[in-house]
Design a protein around this ligand. Structure first.
Ligand code: KG4
Length: 331
């Protein structure tokens, strides 16, 4: 049910390997959330191939927009704004949704709003009934990012810690590739780790100094490779179990040390790695009085509902972009 005073936004997302379109009401209620995943196209390469990604976005985006409109029965003319991810991401991929958004904004004569993909990820829980309350700590863990923010307001985020080399999701993907598992690595590693019995492999603790604010994953990946070279007969389940414990332990340690330092108890975890069940277990057993909020899996990974939802807050503050809006590979 839509009333005249409701604000309806269309969200578009094509920053990496998901083409996504969503329609959101008042920045809170998701009316349509369509995601076309390209995993199948990139699987054989064990990673996202930029050229394949942008072509695939181009092939499907118009149909997805039509499908979203049809699904909700909302006329294009009823839309109040178009929100689109314009940073960070793969340049060629970002351009596809941005071009569609500019065209729609021009033709429909409604505001265009460029959205930071990372900020959008940390907005996802507010589409599931959580009340928006600042400040909060945001841990973003995906194939391209491992970063902790203090989110102080709309468009106001301070980076507290980030990776100096690989992202944590990338480490899951690389270890899976090295062990001849499949892509993306995260879900297969998590599943296989559950089969570990002995659990007696221990990789060196990553960045053990408590004052250190960084993340780092390339050393852990090398430790896994070196271990496998020396121990050819060890069960893969035992190896991925030890890798996963080490990789996730650093996230948990860092996020609590930063939230306690800032005296902020609301912590949002988002991005593909947030779907990991073992991470959830570790967070819940390490927390004291923190409130850990993790979106449901469909809103953890790339989607446009988070883009359309966050766009509402820019819309009501009249923070619009114009037709010259550009994409940026880095935020
Ligand atoms: O946010 P996302 O869907 O895409 C981008 O990186 O843009 O995250 C994908 C990453 C991949 O590296 C994948 O291996 C990882 O998230 N991932 C997981 C799990 N599910 C996905 N990592 C650990 N455990 C999982 N269950």
């Amino acid at each position: 049910m839509i009333n005249d005073e409701d604000v309806i936004g269309l969200g578009l997302e094509s920053s990496c390997d998901e083409t996504a379109v969503a329609i959101v009401k008042n920045g809170k209620q998701v009316l349509s959330n369509i995601i076309f995943s390209q995993i199948r196209l990139h699987k054989e390469y064990f990673g996202v191939v930029p050229e394949i990604a942008s072509r695939a976005h181009l092939e499907v985006i118009n149909d997805l927009i039509d499908a979203s409109i049809k699904e909700t029965g909302i006329d294009f003319k009823r839309l109040d704004y178009i929100a689109v991810t314009n940073k960070p991401g793969l340049t060629g991929s970002l351009l596809i949704a941005l071009q569609s958004a500019k065209t729609l904004s021009y033709v429909l004569d409604i505001p265009l709003i460029g959205i930071n993909h990372l900020e959008a990820h940390l907005y996802a829980p507010f589409l599931e009934g959580n009340e928006l309350k600042f400040p909060y700590i945001g841990l973003l863990v995906s194939g391209g990012n491992t970063v902790v923010f203090e989110v102080k307001g709309i468009g106001d985020m301070e980076v507290l810690a980030k990776t100096t080399d690989d992202a944590v999701g990338e480490a899951f993907d690389k270890v899976a590739k090295y062990l001849d598992l499949s892509y993306p690595g995260g879900p297969v590693v998590e599943k296989l780790a559950k089969k570990a019995v002995h659990k007696n492999i221990i990789f060196p603790k990553i960045l053990p100094d408590a004052r250190d604010k960084r993340f780092s994953y390339s050393g852990l990946k090398t430790a896994v490779v070196n271990f496998v070279k020396k121990n050819t007969n060890v069960d893969k389940a035992e190896i991925v179990y030890a890798f996963q414990e080490s990789a996730l332990e650093l996230l948990v340690r860092r996020v609590f040390s930063l939230s306690r330092e800032r005296k902020i108890t609301d912590i949002i975890i988002a991005g593909g790695v947030a779907a990991n069940g073992r991470l959830r277990e570790m967070l819940h057993s390490a927390k004291i009085d923190e409130n850990i909020i993790i979106p449901s899996p469909v809103l953890c990974t790339d989607n446009a509902a988070m883009v359309g939802g966050l766009g509402y807050h820019y819309y009501i503050e009249n923070k619009f972009d114009d037709i010259m809006l550009e994409v940026k590979a880095k935020a």
